[in-house]
Design a protein around this ligand. Structure first.
Ligand code: ADP
Ligand code: MG
Length: 275
């Protein structure tokens, strides 16, 4: 659970989110704007602590790390790509300069980090690595942001909307690179996206809705997930046909289950039903 506290109002950005990402997995986080995706990514990056609940990375409880362990996690193990390429780049440095800067920071913490050239080669950015950022396209800047994220040779890459505002070619290049890094290094990758074409290429997606887990996807196929307490969140497109208060009979049909709405439904649109 995470609550943003500010004067006058508190916003519960996440509640009851229980998600397990296995090492080496590629997971997409989907969901409408404001549903809590960036908040979840920031919690995974250890930028702040949840108001309630725990964030484990491997067997490490992020809240239990010392300051130096957390610094190390953020600089070396868990790379966060913020939404908007430029937020990840020092504006007066080239891509090569930015990668160098990020890797030196990681190297200071005593790790074997890839060389700058290895990172530039990994993303195939040789041609643009030494040009001023002001000359680069949005897609090239995003490639630069990805290079910075990969500079420490991270075990986890957390990418917030890395393909938004890109044309299809640039989008595919970023996604191909992320998938390639996963295959080659086994890094765990979490990608926030609202692009169905991106989601369709991801082995697993998790949809966040109103701060909760709203569904799972596999290569573009959507599934609702039965919660531990037996609830079944309906996907949005199903909800449109089943307004609040609809009485639904659950019928077994061989291997399958059928949802059969009754005419009439509850008076008051189901307002009395415990949420
Ligand atoms: P998403 O990335 O899915 O668009 P966010 O995680 O950014 O969603 O936001 C989830 C909710 O938390 C929204 O209601 C948003 O307005 C609120 N929120 C996000 N950041 C802050 C903040 N710094 N202070 C207060 N509320 C915030
Ligand atoms: Mg966001």
């Amino acid at each position: 659970m995470h609550i943003y506290r500010s004067e006058g109002s508190d916003v519960a950005a996440l509640s009851g989110v229980d998600i397990t990402v296995r090492p080496g997995e590629v997971v997409g986080l989907l969901g409408p704007s404001g549903s809590g995706k960036s908040t979840l990514l920031a919690l995974l990056a250890g930028l702040f602590q949840p108001s309630a609940g725990k964030v484990f990375v491997g067997d490490r409880d992020l809240a239990a790390l010392t300051e130096s362990e957390l610094n190390r996690y953020q600089a070396v193990d868990g790379s966060l790509m913020l939404q908007g390429a430029r937020r990840n780049l020092v504006p007066y440095l080239t891509i090569r300069g930015n990668v160098d800067f990020a890797r030196q920071h990681a190297a200071k913490l005593g790790d074997e980090v890839p060389t700058t050239q290895e990172v530039v080669d990994l993303i195939g950015a040789g041609e643009i690595a030494d040009r001023p950022l002001s000359e680069l396209s949005q897609g090239q800047l995003q490639l630069g942001a990805l290079a910075v994220a990969l500079a420490p040779g991270p075990g986890i890459v957390l990418a917030d909307e890395p393909t938004s505002a890109l044309d299809h070619a640039a989008r595919d290049r970023i996604l191909d690179t992320l998938l390639d890094v996963n295959r080659r290094s086994g890094a765990t990758i979490v990608i926030v996206t609202h692009d169905p074409d991106v989601a369709a290429r991801l082995p697993r997606t998790v949809t966040i809705r109103d701060g909760r887990i709203g569904g799972e996807g596999r290569l573009g196929q959507e599934y609702a997930v039965v919660t531990a307490d037996g609830f079944l969140p309906l996907p949005l497109h199903v909800r449109e046909g089943l307004p609040p208060g609809t009485l639904v009979r659950l019928e077994r049909d061989g291997e399958n289950w059928r949802l059969v709405p009754e005419a009439g439904g509850l008076p008051g649109g189901g307002d009395d039903v415990i949420q």
